[in-house]
Design a protein around this ligand. Sequence first.
Ligand code: LLP
Length: 371
Amino acid sequence: MQPIDHLICYAVKANSHQAIIKTLAQQGAGADVVSEGELRRALKAGVPSDKIVYSGVAKTAKEIQYALSQKILQFNVESENELEVINQIAIEMQTTAAIAFRINPDIDANTHAKISTGKSENKFGIPISKAREIYRKASEMKGIKVQGVDVHIGSQLTDLTPFRLTFERIKHLVEDLTTDGINIEIIDLGGGLGVNYEHKQQIDHEISDYCQMVKEIFASSQCKILLEPGRSLVANSGLLVSKVVYKKQGDERLFLIIDAAMNDLLRPSMYDAHHEILSVHQKQANETYDVVGPVCETGDTFARNRQMTALEEGELLAITNSGAYGAVMASTYNTRLLIPEVLVKDAEYSIIKARVSYAELIDRDQLANWQ
Ligand code: LLP
């Protein structure tokens, strides 16, 4: 099958470090951003503005102005009200905004409820039933250039079926729009490809199967295909390295208390996510632990009842697949310092985010005038 015209717009939210965006930009990737902050990060890391798409349900007027001034590739518009705001601002700035509508296809992505976005009950996108009407309206607006259709049904999808159903719906919509005289040049298929967190045969497809499916469905269309992968590009590149502080025998469980916590990697607490935990040292013996952090909440748990390599106090362990939605979701809860980040290439390493000091953290607080 012939290759199809496409662009990978890396979903910056997965890992927005400059060194990571730059690495991908140097390979030719564009960016999918969801805030002015992410747009600034992408531009600063060297992503050309005409390879940047701007998604998100609540773009503010200020953010829209900034994005328009940077001449980005496309706004992925999520509501009629947003369309009107973009139109108004574009007219005031004497320019036109290139847009796609994010379509909500009402398809269950079969993933964790907190990261499922393509059902009609979710806040995202324009209902597919209203799509033709809103495209017609947009095509008559002076500040708007209609150029694309966009969809993103969720993250960490481990089955290709919801993608297939969605993409077929999108293909039909593009045909309907063509019948309506609306010319679609770009189809943005969003992100969502899952990664194999449990390191066992749980995902029934490879990236190449996904690509094959996209080609099959869209080969006959003349459109450029945009993809917005985040997790699948960076998850597997990151390890969270932590040290055992204490081993503690409870009445029922043996706890491995480590110096990383939910503030460093939120995924297990937030989505009950499974991350493999490996010993940094080569060892044979196994033990069963609840691996927990120091934060004062029971939710600060990385693994329950996990059989894994036996570890002693002071030894190092690595929590795998932490490159996506790890550091970007970190906080300083419990006044814990954000952890340093290190980039590794072959035998070289480089500190790409230095350790901060308590003074830097605490001195951001200012007392009120009356104190
Ligand atoms: N495009 C849009 C419009 C998105 O909202 C997202 C992710 C992506 C692309 C990238 O999806 P990916 O290829 O990474 O699945 N914090 C959660 C994941 C939230 C995903 C939000 N949107 C987690 O740790 O599982």
